[in-house]
Design a protein around this ligand. Sequence first.
Ligand code: ZN
Length: 372
Amino acid sequence: MRRRTGLFRRMQSSRRRTAGGGRRSERYRRGYSGIKNMIPVAVFLILLALCLPVHFSQTDGKDGSGRNQGSERDDGVTLQELSEESQEKVNVLISETGEVREIPLEEYIACVVASEMPAEFETEALKAQAVAARTYAAARKAQFEEGGCAHSDEGAYVCDTTHCQVYRDETALKEIKGDQWMEESFPKILGAVGQTEGEVLYYDGKLVEQPLFFSSGGERTENSEDVFVSAIPYLRSVESGDYEEDSPYQGVETQITLQELKTKLAAEYGEAGAQTVTSENISILGRTDGGSVSQIRFGELTLTGRQTRELLGLKSADFEVDVSGDTLTFVTTGSGHGVGLSQYGADGMAEQGRDYREILSHYYSGVEIGQI
Ligand SMILES: [Zn+2]
């Protein structure tokens, strides 16, 4: 049984380091004792020897800030090791074939992070994503065991699509991303998963059930009830604009003709309402705390921002609309539903020196990180 291989390896190497330091001090002590004029040199060397372990532990920290010392692990953990170390398993519905695969939790998380977030993102962002993905899987498993998960009938806790979270196995990742990516980028993701092994989010002592995430936000994220049905205490609107600078989704333009809009409205909401729309009667009526359109008027029809986003295939519901002649230009900010953790925002926070714990507690209000 090879449990916690990486951790043991680290403990052994730190023991070696301590032992080496001790031998070095002893050698200095013996070699220089009795030689009075060498005392200042001996004192200097002893001080140097005492300082060395401190120096090592500081440079070991990935972010150089001295944070996360307890969970550091950048020693080349493999997918196989993560699999062997997993105490839990996840039943995943493979949508293409309909089969249900039982996958070791940490292996599943590594494959989800690889499928959901670019490996180029900062390690602390990848770690935040790993904890969110692990929390989602653990929450669905708990629901499954209580008989109420969306995939209970199929015998699975989660599916492998965006309905739950995207999961591609090692073979699929190799096909999509290539050998070079597997050799150079995947290890970074494996490290991020290993460094957060078993960690999940809790709110008020209970496992977080909806650790939602999305690609990129605007000035603020959204309150859950402004996008979905219920108000969830940890899914509150928080500031994100300062961290979204590298996002490619700021100010994306989508153009559509008035006639195209009317055709789409007619198909979804009926011909009568659609025919009332002119270039003169399109206006945004209100916005959410997060800045998304809460209501927009198209003639006699009133839609939510989310409905408009789905109807027109916009990147987000945070948009401005400009009507010029019979052409409408929608300019969107961000990508995705805007609730929970912004992936580009997480990357931006990490670039500014924040660690994954700070990222998670920023985007999920009031949560705590604990072991599964
Ligand atoms: Zn699903």
